[in-house]
Design a protein around this ligand. Structure first.
Ligand code: ZN
Length: 105
């Protein structure tokens, strides 16, 4: 097992562990029972932690979390060919298949 990251809140830790599991990485939340003890021991040791099974997954795990939480959300866009409104996470028009134009600004 490898300690991947410290979280501020238990909910956050579980959310991230779930993200990793859905990406096929075995993850678990530890240190949940100490959350009432903050103040007596250093915070980072008291907060909930996300651990992964295989340390070789650490890089992938970080990118999964970064992608889920850190990546800026793409704005919705309108297809220039058919005028369909497309949600930001899609790079291609579902209606006619035109790719999202790239903005250079
Ligand atoms: Zn279209």
């Amino acid at each position: 097992m490898k300690l991947l990251l410290h979280c501020m809140h238990l909910v956050e830790a579980h959310h991230r562990a779930n993200l990793l599991r859905s990406a096929g990485i075995h993850a678990e939340v530890r240190n949940t029972f100490l959350s009432g003890a903050v103040g007596d021991i250093p915070y980072l040791e008291a907060g909930p932690q996300v651990w992964i099974d295989d340390r070789q997954d650490a890089e992938l795990a970080r990118s999964v979390i970064a992608q889920a939480e850190g990546a800026p959300t793409q704005p919705d866009w309108r297809c220039k060919d058919c005028g369909e409104a497309i949600e930001g996470q899609f790079a291609q028009c579902w209606n006619c298949g035109t790719m999202r134009p790239f903005d250079d600004d």
